[in-house]
Ligand binder design. Structure first.
Ligand code: ZN
Length: 293
């Protein structure tokens, strides 16, 4: 019996990588179907070796977390990429990503890309945001094609499983290619190797980049809060969570409740006004969605 991690799932095979870097194409035993367990990329598994590169998965370890789009489990970290320009920086979108990441217990790093294309005025604005998010407690780095990759970013990727998030066009693949030139990210483009015309490859794969594993499928094109309840939202804004401890009511949604420390902290500029605005916006989205039965 051997142990490893599923780094790719394709055409009914799970590719399991062992600690000594051997790759085994594995099938799941029938027992999984009965237990309704579908092995997913990121899973730590035990398997029986049946030949030098084939095996049968026998058990799947308990998961730390699970993402749906792309389907990947045990994610430790996320690079959230926002471009300074083209497309223009959106703090609202960034906060959306942060809420999702925080709700899954994933450690984020914020990357502000396309610094080389930004105007002086855009840099000025983004500097303010950078300072803001750093004050909240996040790691923030710049990415520019004209400068070497930030060492903090390289350090961040050194171990664990990282996903990369950000809207289309922010330069996610450019960043990964700058770190690991041999790496060619597939962004849901037409699969040339399979030659299936318009068919896109939607499989997820973990690649070794700078020592760690990075998921090459930058999904997350749609970000919804379907898994988040209204009372939980405040926990996923780490600056709001910090202040919410001192609200009079434990169930405080920080809207119109008396003695709300969050609202006070917004007035006192301890919490940034824009963050609170996004909190209220997301809360409305959650409150107005159809109830689930
Ligand atoms: Zn409150």
């Amino acid at each position: 019996m051997a142990k490893g991690r599923i780094v790719k799932a394709l055409s009914g095979f799970y590719y399991v990588q062992t600690e000594d870097d051997t790759l085994y194409a594995c099938k799941g035993r029938g027992v999984f179907r009965n237990k309704k367990i579908t092995p997913l990329v990121g899973d730590l598994v035990t398997f029986d070796i049946i030949s030098e590169d084939e095996g049968y998965i026998t058990t799947v370890s308990e998961r730390k977390n699970e993402l749906v789009r792309p389907p990947i489990v045990n994610v430790d970290k996320a690079l959230i990429v926002s471009s300074i320009t083209e497309p223009k920086f959106s703090a609202q979108l960034l906060d959306r990503f942060l809420v999702v990441v925080e709700s899954k217990g994933i450690e984020p790093m914020l990357v502000l890309s396309k610094k080389d294309l930004a105007t002086e005025k855009e840099i000025e604005t983004i500097e303010r945001y950078k300072a803001q998010y750093e004050k909240i407690g996040y790691k923030v780095v710049y990415f520019s094609l004209e400068e070497p990759v930030d060492s903090t970013l390289l350090q961040f990727l050194k171990e664990d499983i990282t996903v990369i998030m950000g809207q289309t066009g922010v330069g996610k693949s450019t960043i990964l290619n700058a770190i690991e030139p041999s790496f060619q990210i597939e962004t849901g483009e037409i699969s040339k190797s399979l030659g299936r015309g318009r068919h896109t490859t939607r499989h997820v794969e973990l690649h070794e980049i700078n020592g760690g594993l990075v998921a090459d499928t930058p999904g997350f094109s749609s970000i919804d809060f379907a898994h988040i309840e209204a009372e939980q939202l405040g926990d996923y804004f780490i600056d709001i969570k910090e202040q919410a401890k001192y609200c009079r009511f434990r169930s405080c949604l920080h809207l119109n409740e008396p003695q709300c420390q969050v609202k006070k902290a917004v007035e006192e500029k301890i919490i940034f006004k824009e963050r609170y605005k996004h909190y209220k916006l997301f809360l409305q989205e959650i409150l107005s969605r159809k109830p689930r039965y």
